[in-house]
Ligand binder design. Structure first.
Ligand SMILES: [Cu+2]
Length: 171
């Protein structure tokens, strides 16, 4: 019994020593390599982001910091996502309806979008609205809610932009 234990301990130490050596050598080498590969991978990813199959919603022809007239027809579009009217509270995966907040921020995922200022629901499945905004800076959030008007956990399913509204031309 005593002899056996001693033997086992001896062989365990040996195994540990053998394991440590190659691990230490590998660690330094792979770190370098991983860093390099990661940077390249990120760049590739950014270039393909526009068509990676991820769901996305956006204001049509309206970029962040754009200058717009006071009276504007806002249009929304979706990629890889189905826009549907609100049913009887049914939640269909990969589908929902638009909401906008005028001078309000987008919401975190999992929140039921209020039916109150600053939010407007497009529960009929429509994708545009005619707005009159006062001159100056305004913040617009476009955000998807599901059949229960609940925000979804996909970064592409909301867009938050700032617009400059021109002073109305004197008539
Ligand atoms: Cu809604």
């Amino acid at each position: 019994m005593l002899l056996d234990l001693a033997k086992n301990r001896h062989s365990l130490t040996l195994v540990a020593a053998l394991l440590l050596l190659p691990l230490g050598a590998c660690g330094g080498g792979t770190d370098d390599h991983a860093d390099h590969g990661h940077a390249e991978g990120d760049m590739d990813h950014a270039e393909e982001a526009a068509d990676d199959g991820a769901p996305r919603v956006y204001f049509v022809d309206l970029e962040n910091h754009a200058t717009i007239p006071s009276l504007i027809n806002l249009q929304f579009a979706a990629e890889n996502f189905i826009i549907e009217p609100v049913g009887d509270g049914a939640i269909n995966e990969g589908a929902g309806h638009y909401h906008i907040a005028i001078d309000g921020e987008c919401l975190e995922p999992g929140i039921v979008i209020p039916t109150a200022d600053p939010w407007i629901h497009f529960g009929d499945g429509s994708d545009s609205i005619e707005l009159e905004l006062s001159p100056g800076e305004h913040y617009l959030c476009l955000q998807i809610g599901d059949g229960e008007h609940r925000t979804l956990d996909e970064p592409g399913l909301s867009q938050y932009i700032m617009v400059h509204v021109e002073e109305e031309a004197a008539e």
